[in-house]
Every structure is written in structure tokens, then in C-alpha cells.
Design a binder for this molecule. Structure first.
Ligand code: YNC
Ligand code: MG
Length: 408
């Protein structure tokens, strides 16, 4: 088993708990010995570097992923990333065209597979590692189970090595050797009736539709004084708060100011534009100090068996947040009661704003401090898991689900 993955520099399942070695690279790479040309592809196909600055090529990537990307186990829903999402996720500061790798049919030039990387710095237990974040691996349904995925993975690896990047981070719903962390998806209905119609939310035994709708009803207006959309002028304050806040976790991305602006401030500022990807808010107190922030992004899913009038689910995903409440003297681990109360106020406002922006559901993973608010804000556990992986980097896995011992 794991015919491909057992050949790769990743932690093996049976090494777990046995390693006495310190955290660090599994294999040393000599750039001189990295092939200068891509490996062979099956006859009839060719490698391409995608030019995602060209709207036509961006649209080709959109087409491939719209019909062939990630589905749930029952094949009811499929992620439908937008072209503005690709502009956001694939053109982050430091992006390189050479890490936007496609495979085309030689005759028709049709795009049939894709894999990408972007440069990110990851802090893992106190050490900062330069990595490539590998994402959007996709093979056309007609070319599945032909061992094309390992060929794509080896090609992006070669391209990372050539640029002097020897480690990678990636996530997936499938279990591979060996997750560094595993999270569960939680979902909070915003439009329960629609989620029920499309088959996402079952009617719990003993309940009624009316009771479910009432359960998820939200106030019209947000409640936190000083809450407003984040602007570029807030970047220094938010970066400072975020950096301190992320110290609560053992693994997190490190951000420069440019990166923070890219990831949190959408050039599309129109509140409910279909092109908007990320929504970010700050809380500014009466002394003009930023005390809290939160953000969420949009990722729609196609309803594969369209039902009623609905062909997409509009989902908001919890992104970064932070609060000075974590550092207040009243906030004491392990309960984090003070922080818990504050996060519940902030997340409730995030739900209200997401509802206003016409989202159907709000999703969050069991990471960061999310377990402090999931239950109170009526999120329910989903079927989906998300596993986090590191390539060519050895470390012992973080505790399951949450990455600190003091969490639920
Ligand atoms: C997966 N998601 O286990 P073994 S996530 C990694 N991530 O290898 P074939 C995967 N490996 O078990 P198919 C994987 N899914 O024999 C499968 N595999 O060792 C492994 N789906 O290859 C699998 N996108 O070509 C097996 O399978 C081998 O035709 C089988 O293709 C797989 O983006 C796939 O879920 C996923 O498009 C492309 O099913 C296809 O089925 C598909 O015969 C729908 O492959 C879309 C989908 C995956 C989303 C993602 C992160 C990808 C990370 C890849 C690993 C990066 C490593 C770091 C490289 C840089 C290093 C540096 C520096
Ligand atoms: Mg294949």
C-alpha cells in the first residue's frame, strides 16, 4: 500500500512515536542533481506552465476544477472555486508562474490536469520553514486511476527543489502518511431551509422544519461596538495582534505586511459583489486601538443533483481572527473563559454579516480557538475531515483536532 507515498520523504505511519530525532528535513537535496527538465508524460499529453494572468487560461483552470475537483463522499456537492478565488490563492506575494503546472492533451490542447504551489513560511513548533503550499491537484475524471497524480506531484517537487524550496505543506480529505494534524469540519446553517432542500442538512429526528429555521435565526444587526470593515490603514495593528495571537498555536503561517494585506483585504470592496472573496473586520475602541479582528472567505459548492431552484451552496469559511481578550489578565488557561466570551460575541457578528452577504452556511475547522465557540454558536460536526501534511519535514504530530492541550 501507498506504492507512491512509501517512496517519498514523509513520515511513515510506523515511525510515529518512535522517532528520537529532532524536527527537521528528512532528506537533503543537492540542487545540482535535480533534473533540469520535467519527467516523461504518457504519450499524447504535454506539460505546460499556465499563464493565470491571461483571462482565457484562468477560465480553462476554472472549467477543469468546476467539473473535476473535490467532491464529498456521496458525490452530492463539488467545490466550485471562482476565478477571483484563483487570483487570490494562486497569486499571493512571491508567486511564480513556474509553480502553476498544467497537463494538456497534445492534439486538442485541452487542459486535463493541474497542480500548483505558492511560497509560504510556516512556523512549526518554534522553527520557521520555507515551504511551498501545494494545492489544486486535479486530474480529469476520464484520466483517473492511471497514476498521473504521482507524476504531477513529482513535477511540482522538482520545480520547488530547483527554486531552493525543499519542504512543502498541503492538506487533503484523504489519509496519507502521515498527518501532522487532523481537523473536522463544522457547519453552522444560515439558511437552513435551503440547506435542507439541497440535501445538506437532514431534519433531525423529533424536530420540525419550523423549529430548525427558528433555531438558526440571527439578529438583523451586529452587536459589537466599534466593529467595522478592515482597511489597509489597519494592517500594522492587525499584523501585530495576529502575530501575538497565532503564538497560541504550534503551527501557523508567518505573514509579512504585504502578505497580510493580500490575504485579508479584497480589492473588491463591494460588500455583496459576486467577485468578492474575503471579508475582514476589525474592532476599534474609543482610543482608536484595534482590539479584535476576524475574517471569512467565500467558497461555493455546486449541487451536483440540482434540487429545487438551487444549483450552488454559498459557503463562508472562517479565516483568521484574533482578540486582545486572549492577553487580558482575566483570561486564564485552561478554561480561557474571558476569551471564550469575547470570541462568541465576535463570531456571532461574523454569522450576522455572512448572512447579510447571502451566505447559506458558515464553516469552521476544529483548529485555533474554534472549539471555544463552535457549540455555543450552533455549529454541528460534519462528515468531512481535513488532514494537514508536511513534505520532507519531520516532526511529531500535533494533538488530534485541536493543537493545544488546553482546548476542548
Ligand atoms: C491527494 N489528495 O494515495 P499511493 S488536495 C496526495 N494528495 O498514491 P492516481 C494523493 N496524494 O497511495 P487519481 C491524493 N489523492 O499509491 C490521491 N493521492 O502512494 C495518491 N480528485 O494516483 C494516492 N484533489 O493518479 C496514490 O489517482 C496515487 O487518478 C494515485 O488522482 C488523484 O490539492 C487526484 O481531490 C486527487 O483530481 C488527482 O482523484 C484525483 O485518482 C482528483 O492513480 C478530485 O495518488 C480532486 C482532488 C486533491 C485536493 C490537494 C493537495 C495535493 C497535495 C499533493 C502532495 C504534494 C506533496 C508536496 C510536493 C512539493 C514538495 C516540495 C518541495
Ligand atoms: Mg491518473
Amino acid at each position: 500500500n501507498y506504492k507512491f507515498w512509501s517512496t517519498q520523504p514523509v513520515t511513515k505511519f510506523d515511525e510515529l512515536g518512535k522517532t528520537e530525532q529532532p524536527d527537521g528535513p528528512i532528506k537533503m537535496i543537492d540542487i545540482e542533481r535535480v533534473p533540469k527538465e520535467p519527467g516523461p508524460l504518457v504519450a499524447g499529453f504535454e506539460w505546460v506552465e499556465m499563464n493565470l494572468e491571461d483571462p482565457k487560461e484562468l477560465e480553462e483552470l476554472y472549467e477543469l476544477l468546476t467539473y473535476h475537483y473535490v467532491e464529498d463522499d456521496e458525490a452530492m456537492f463539488r467545490f466550485n472555486y471562482s476565478t477571483s478565488f484563483f487570483n487570490w490563492a494562486l497569486k499571493a506575494p512571491g508567486w511564480r508562474r513556474s509553480w502553476h503546472v498544467g497537463v494538456r492533451a497534445s492534439q486538442s490542447k485541452k487542459l486535463v490536469a493541474f497542480i500548483s504551489g505558492i511560497p509560504v513560511r510556516i512556523r512549526v513548533k518554534g522553527q520557521v520553514v520555507n515551504t511551498s503550499e501545494v494545492n489544486f491537484l486535479c486530474v480529469h475524471k476520464k484520466l483517473r486511476a492511471k497514476r498521473l497524480a504521482p507524476v504531477l506531484i513529482k513535477e511540482i517537487t522538482r520545480r520547488c527543489y530547483l527554486e531552493g524550496i525543499f519542504q512543502a505543506i498541503y492538506t487533503g480529505g484523504v489519509v496519507l502518511p502521515t498527518p501532522v494534524a487532523s481537523c473536522r469540519y463544522f457547519h453552522r446553517a444560515l439558511d437552513w431551509e435551503k440547506l435542507h432542500t439541497v440535501g445538506f442538512s437532514p431534519l433531525p429526528p423529533g424536530s420540525t422544519k419550523q423549529r430548525q429555521i427558528a433555531k438558526y435565526k440571527l439578529p438583523e444587526r451586529t452587536a459589537t461596538p466599534g466593529l467595522r470593515p478592515m482597511e489597509a490603514k489597519d494592517a500594522d495593528a492587525v499584523l501585530d495582534l495576529m502575530q501575538r495571537y497565532l503564538q497560541r498555536t504550534q503551527m501557523a503561517q508567518e505573514y509579512s505586511k504585504d502578505e497580510l494585506i493580500h490575504w485579508l483585504i479584497d480589492p473588491e470592496s463591494d460588500f455583496d459583489s459576486p467577485k468578492k472573496v474575503v471579508w475582514s473586520y476589525v474592532v476599534e475602541d474609543s482610543q482608536k486601538k484595534i482590539t479584535d479582528f476576524f475574517s471569512f472567505y467565500c467558497l461555493e459548492s455546486t449541487v451536483i443533483q440540482r434540487s429545487g431552484n438551487h444549483d450552488v451552496i454559498r459557503a463562508a469559511y472562517m479565516f483568521y481572527y484574533g482578540s486582545e481578550a486572549a492577553f487580558a489578565p482575566e483570561n486564564k488557561a485552561p478554561e480561557d473563559k474571558h476569551l471564550k466570551a469575547r470570541l462568541n460575541e465576535l463570531v456571532k457578528d461574523a454569522l450576522i454579516l455572512a448572512k447579510k452577504a447571502k451566505f447559506d452556511v458558515f464553516n469552521a475547522l476544529t483548529l485555533m480557538d474554534n472549539p471555544l465557540f463552535l457549540e455555543d454558536q450552533k455549529f454541528g460536526a460534519g462528515d468531512g475531515q481535513l488532514h494537514y501534511y508536511l513534505y520532507n519535514y519531520r516532526t511529531t504530530p500535533l494533538p488530534a483536532g485541536v493543537d493545544e492541550k488546553n482546548k476542548v
